[in-house]
Design a protein around this ligand. Structure first.
Ligand code: FA5
Length: 342
């Protein structure tokens, strides 16, 4: 019988001298591999006297286990020696946790927009987009705000021109122009929201920016009533705040809705007035109303057949409420100390 004790002793000595992992793999193949020493020991067993077979099988298996254990041990010590050498060579310490990778986060406006998109798409609304550089026609005229209308003064903006074109262009003051664009393109009935950036010529303060976000909502259907509008607004606020927040509905004037309302939310920053709520304890949040017949006509719909409701959520102000931001100018200020908090 071959002396497995001698084989093991020799193999262990070779393992201890192996300079690297490749050398260990070669020994492993040679001793415990498919055509290795252990395999040929096992193959020779049937030729042995019956009383020796059991012991020979056992010894071969023990040899295999002992060699594998010795290889594993040597491999581990070669690994840490390699790390140690590297650490000494260039100061790199492979045992330390990796440096923290700076990860960006989504802007709070984007986070709230996505949440609202999920909420509204779950209620059958489409998410629409519209141009930020808009035609005067869509921003004002088709929304029942003719050139000499005083409502234009409340939404002063930045006018632009396009070389070679007489089109009257401006930076849109609200997302409402997409109402008419949607009516022109979509087959009623439909429901849509339009989140987006809008621009106004403003004297900025804690609650007014020249560039901010709104989210328009538009439902076009037959027999739409103020009851539908109020129901939708309540669902919206519950979805946003995940709790009841005190609100009030006031009559509001917008030439493109009739009747029109202002839905205000109770200021979460104070109980007796602060700079955000202009000392009123209420924050103007959600103007809304039933779509004016002239707007339906401008969108190519027959007001005798179709009606609808619309709302214009002050998205930037909603983000402020959600995260307790006390100044709207932080949102687009680009200060990383602010943005890193989200
Ligand atoms: C409008 O812009 C209408 N288009 C809203 C509307 C849509 C009414 C559909 C009816 C039906 P208003 O000018 O009030 O309305 O602005 C809407 C919201 O935008 C305000 O309630 C407010 O939350 C927000 N907002 C207005 N001006 C600013 C500003 N300068 N900075 C930040 N948010 C503003």
């Amino acid at each position: 019988m071959t002396d497995t004790t001698t084989i093991l002793a020799e193999t262990r000595a070779r393992i201890a001298d192996a300079p690297d992992v490749e050398a260990l793999r070669a020994i492993e193949r040679e001793v415990v591999g498919k055509d290795g020493v252990v395999a040929s020991l096992l193959k020779s067993i049937p030729g042995l006297p019956p009383e020796e077979r059991k012991g020979a099988g056992q010894s071969a298996n023990e040899l295999k286990q002992a060699v594998l254990a010795a290889i594993e041990e040597r491999e581990a010590s070669l690994g840490s020696a390699a790390l140690e050498a590297e650490r000494r060579a260039d100061g790199f310490d492979g045992t330390l946790p990796p440096p923290r990778v700076e990860r960006g986060t989504l802007h709070p406006v984007t986070q709230v927009t996505r949440e609202l998109e999920d909420l509204f798409t779950s209620m059958g609304y489409m998410v629409l987009d519209g141009p930020e550089v808009e035609l005067d026609d869509y921003n004002f005229e088709k929304l029942n705000i003719p050139a000499d209308h005083p409502a234009r003064d409340t939404q002063d903006t930045f006018y632009c021109s396009s070389p070679g074109s007489s089109a009257s262009l401006l930076l849109r003051t609200h997302t409402s122009p997409v109402q008419v664009r949607a009516m022109e393109r979509l087959e009623p009935p439909f429901r849509a929201i339009v989140p987006g950036k809008v621009f106004r010529q403003e004297t900025t303060d804690a609650s007014h920016e020249h560039t901010f976000h709104q989210m328009e909502g538009l439902v076009i259907d037959r027999n739409v009533s103020v009851g539908h509008l109020i129901g939708a607004m309540k669902t919206l606020l519950r979805g946003i705040f995940k709790k009841e927040i005190e609100v009030r509905l006031r009559p509001g004037y917008f030439p493109f809705v009739e009747p029109g309302f202002e839905l205000d939310a109770r200021c979460p920053f104070c109980t007796d007035g602060c700079s955000v709520c202009k000392r009123t304890t209420w924050i103007e949040l959600l103007p809304c109303g039933l779509v004016h017949p002239n707007v339906l006509k401008a969108g190519g719909l027959d007001p005798e057949e179709w009606g609808g409701f619309a709302f214009g959520l002050g998205l930037s102000r909603l983000v402020m409420l959600r995260y307790g931001i006390d100044d709207v100018r932080h949102l687009l200020g680009g200060d990383l100390r602010f943005l890193d908090q989200f």
